[in-house]
Every structure is written in C-alpha cells, then in structure tokens.
Design a binder for this molecule. Structure first.
Ligand SMILES: Cc1cc2nc3c(=O)[nH]c(=O)nc-3n(C[C@H](O)[C@H](O)[C@H](O)COP(=O)(O)O)c2cc1C
Length: 321
C-alpha cells in the first residue's frame, strides 16, 4: 500500500521523507530514517570541510544500505559556503539523490545535477517557485505549508491549499508536508495530490533525534499554539518553538533592531548548545504547529510503521463507509 512514483524513483519502502534539520540530520539520524523505511537527508551545511562531509557520508553508508539524500542549503548563513564542493563530494561518494532548499532555486548547480545523473528534489513554499524549479529540471518538488517547522517564506499558504495547487501546476511528482505528525496527516497530504510526505517536527521527538532529553520532554508538552514566526523583518521568516529566545527575537524585531542583534539570538551555535545541553531558552529551534499532536517518544521505525498502519486503517474505514 502507498506505493507511488516517489517510492519507485527513490527506492524507498514508504513515501516518507525525513525533513533536513540543521544539527539534527546527522549520519546516525539519517540512517535511522532510511532504515525506518523513509528517505533520510544528510544536511551538508553542518560540515565545515570537504573531509568532514566525506566522512559523514561514509558513516551513513556504514549504518544503512538503504537510499538516502544529501541536502544542499540555499538559505543565507553566517559563514561562506561553496555548495559546489559539497556537490563534488556527494557525487564522488556515489550519492544518488540531492535535495536543495532555500530562498532561490540553484540555477548555477542544476546542470551539474543532470550531468551527474542525480535525482534532484527541490523544496519550496510556493507555486511559482515549484514551477520554476520544474522548469530548471527538478525531478521532484517538495512543498511545505505555512504550519511547517522552519522556513515559511513570505506567501503564507497552508498545506491544505498549497499541495493541491502545486500538484496541479507541475507534472513532476510532489512531496508535501508541513503539519504532518501521524497517519491522518500523512493520508491527507496524499489525498491532496502529493506522492510523498515530508515530516520534520514529528521526528524531533523520537528516540534517535540527537537533542537533549529535556528538550524532547519540553516539546512533548508544547501545544499547537506554542509556535511563533520570527525573522520576518529580515526576510527569513521561520516558524519556531515559542521559548524565551524566540520571544526576545520578536521583541527585537518590533524595536526594529539591526541584523547583528537579531542574528545573535538565532545563531546556530546557541541552538546547538540548547540541543546538546538541554538549556531550553538558550537559542531558537524550528518547530511546526503539529507539535501539538505529539504525545510520545517512539523510535523512528515505530513512528513510520504506526503512520502507515493508521493511514491504512483510515483508508479501509472510509472505503467501508
Ligand atoms: C528543528 C528543525 C530544523 C530544520 N532545519 C532545516 C534545514 O536546515 N534546512 C531545511 O531545508 N529545512 C529545515 N527544516 C524544515 C524541515 O526539513 C521540513 O521541511 C519541515 O519540518 C516540515 O514541516 P513539519 O515540521 O510541519 O513536519 C527544519 C525543521 C525543523 C523542525
């Protein structure tokens, strides 16, 4: 059940993709997602050298024989990054699937994707971006709606409308998400026209997610109203968990603070300290509204099996009604 063009193209058991998550999409976590039957995506931008990235890819190969992808980050970040180097390493290492995500489609890289015979997935948040990526040669488009954890863009279209609009606008298969925590959301996104479903926030609260247990427990208590949007004033809107750091960021934005002050609060190293030490107000963490639907801390495999079973049960119930 639930075999689609996406499962076929990517060679995965379930049409489930583990959303790239900065500092979290480590080789171990990526392998857990792929071994769970979905597609794990390694975040290249976490690695500051060619060698470190190559070692990380080797580690994924050690931990799984299942397909996985590499994410190429197109969001602005504080250190200079040459994505061509990451791409070179990924190709040398035999990676077959690349995902791009960020503020603009990678016009300079897409011919390399084709020459190397990669399957190119581009993630975006709007119909016109999806069409542009398809025109540039993307094989698969991922779209995530306004309720998603992480970048929400500036169009503010919810998953319920975004997924069917994009599935009508492009011919390539699409992966949809933003708000999916369980089999109900999974099935809904497929019903809306997607052939794969991306899950981010739900995976934060799994056994394998490399964040401190105190942070997992705090997120477990969070409700659907406990997220907020920050960084709109600097053109980088993100939906995050509404902790003290996020509220401080929003205050600074209201006071029209400068970029440097805002970046200090949202800095990646602060987030990393929060993830590692469980210091809950140290930094900001992306988090979607579906955090309010999460009530336990399963393994990734238990979660994926449960999503599929629940979606199958609902399908049968609807067919019998
Ligand atoms: C903690 C966290 C970190 C994320 N980091 C990234 C990232 O570095 N790059 C990216 O493209 N998306 C990132 N995302 C977005 C996810 O890949 C995915 O698109 C999103 O979480 C899906 O929506 P959901 O959270 O409602 O499931 C992140 C999401 C979370 C929750």
């Amino acid at each position: 059940m639930f075999q689609t063009r996406i499962t076929e193209m990517l060679g995965i058991e379930y049409p489930l993709v583990g959303g790239t998550m900065m500092w979290i999409s480590t080789p171990e976590f990526v392998a857990a997602v792929s071994n769970g039957g979905g597609l794990g995506v390694l975040a290249s931008v976490m690695y500051e050298s060619r060698e470190a990235f190559a070692t990380a890819i080797d580690r994924v190969y050690d931990l799984t024989d299942k397909p996985f992808a590499v994410n190429i980050n197109l969001f602005p970040i504080s250190r200079p990054v040459d994505n061509r180097l990451y791409l070179d390493v990924a190709i040398e290492k035999g990676v077959r699937i690349v995902e791009t995500s960020g503020h603009a489609a990678p016009e300079d890289l897409c011919s390399r994707f084709k020459e190397a015979g990669l399957i190119w997935i581009h993630k975006c948040v709007g119909i016109r971006y999806a069409v542009k990526a398809q025109n540039l040669g993307a094989d698969i488009i991922t779209v995530v709606g306004y309720e998603n954890g992480g970048a929400t863009g500036k169009l503010d279209i919810g998953t319920m409308v975004l997924v069917p609009c994009v599935s009508q606008a492009v011919d390539v298969p699409i992966i949809g998400g933003g708000g999916v925590s369980d089999g109900r959301g999974f099935l809904a996104v497929l019903a809306l026209g997607a052939e794969g479903v991306i899950v981010g926030t739900r995976l934060l609260i799994t056994q394998e997610a490399p964040i401190h247990d105190d942070l997992k427990r705090a997120l477990l208590q969070a409700r659907e109203v406990d997220t907020m949007l920050i960084m709109r004033s600097i053109g980088a809107t993100h939906r995050v968990w509404a902790n003290a750091a996020a509220r401080r960021c929003a205050e600074l934005e209201k006071e029209q603070a400068g970029l440097a002050e805002i970046l200090q609060i949202v800095a990646g190293d602060r987030a990393k300290r929060m993830y590692d030490a469980g210091a809950l107000d140290e930094g900001v963490i992306s988090c979607g509204q579906c955090v309010g639907l999460i009530h336990d801390i399963p393994t990734v495999k238990e979660l994926f099996d449960r999503i599929i079973t629940q979606a199958s049960d609902i399908t049968k119930r609807l067919a019998d009604s």
